[in-house]
Design a binder for this molecule. Structure first.
Ligand code: SF4
Ligand code: SF4
Ligand code: FES
Length: 243
């Protein structure tokens, strides 16, 4: 089967180009390893666990974010690096964004307090704790086209995970940290939810964070920019009293 890989090696050529390879492996990560070991050892990509838990192998297949270790390829597939990050070489991107958004959004345990944890408490943070920081949701999010400072889906999902964690004594600072370039900037398009290999739903997590923000006294800043006066004369020229 033939697949095409979008490649970049700035030392040789500043432009990306597509290269076609014939492979016998069906799983994408195996196909990349096959190319690297038998055809072209300059091909560059990331992988770690090989089983969907380290998050390092995210790429795009025909423009859709996928983990290469969990993806089976078809004839003619085009494989490229994930979007929104600078491509360092071939399928490898710069991951600096990750540290920046997790720090800015306080998406970590800030003030630990001893607590008795029940199975219900565990359930509350279980799904979000499964995030493997693969960046697929980040790659799929359209908001970055207009706002590169958007905190984005996985950072906000992690914020909800720590806000809902009984052991976190300082959840208020997280809610404060996600008001700017955060919960209100999401368009609720759902792309992030569609591509998450861990079946996390960042869109719903963001909606939950919006309601927690309102409970904390914040409101949607976009509402202040809306013009509720439609320009129509509200009586539409009609006098209900007949005079
Ligand atoms: S739902 Fe929000 S965070 Fe998710 S991809 Fe769409 S705009 Fe981005
Ligand atoms: S939320 Fe899902 S898609 Fe986004 S980084 Fe975490 S595991 Fe990957
Ligand atoms: S290699 Fe670890 S998730 Fe794919």
């Amino acid at each position: 089967m033939k697949i095409k890989i979008e490649r970049l090696n700035t030392q040789k050529n500043p432009q990306q180009f597509k290269q076609e390879y014939e492979v016998s492996s069906q799983r994408l990560l195996d196909a990349l390893n096959e190319i690297k070991t038998t055809q072209d050892n300059t091909l560059t990509y990331r992988c770690g666990c090989g089983s969907g838990v380290c998050g390092s192998c995210a790429v795009q297949v025909n423009g859709v974010e996928r983990l290469s270790c969990k993806t089976y390829i078809n004839e003619g597939d085009v494989v490229s690096a994930i979007k929104r990050s600078e491509v360092i070489r071939d399928l490898v991107v710069n991951l600096e964004h990750q540290e920046k958004v997790l720090k800015t959004s306080h998406a970590y345990l800030e003030a630990y307090q001893e607590e008795t944890i029940t199975p219900q408490d565990e359930k509350l943070i279980d799904v979000q704790s499964n995030c493997i920081l693969c960046q697929s949701c980040y790659s799929s999010c359209p908001v970055y086209e207009v706002n590169p400072d958007f905190l984005g889906p996985y950072a906000l999902t992690r914020v909800l995970r720590y806000v809902n964690d009984k052991k976190e004594h300082q959840s208020r600072s997280k809610i404060d940290a996600i008001q700017s370039n955060g919960v209100w900037d999401c368009t609720l398009c759902g792309n992030c939810t569609m591509v998450c290999p861990q079946f996390i739903d960042p869109k719903t997590d963001i909606m939950n964070l919006r309601s927690k923000s309102v409970q904390a006294g914040y409101s949607d800043p976009n509402m202040n920019n809306m013009d509720f006066d439609s320009g129509f004369n509200t009586d539409f020229g009609f006098n209900p009293n007949g005079f």
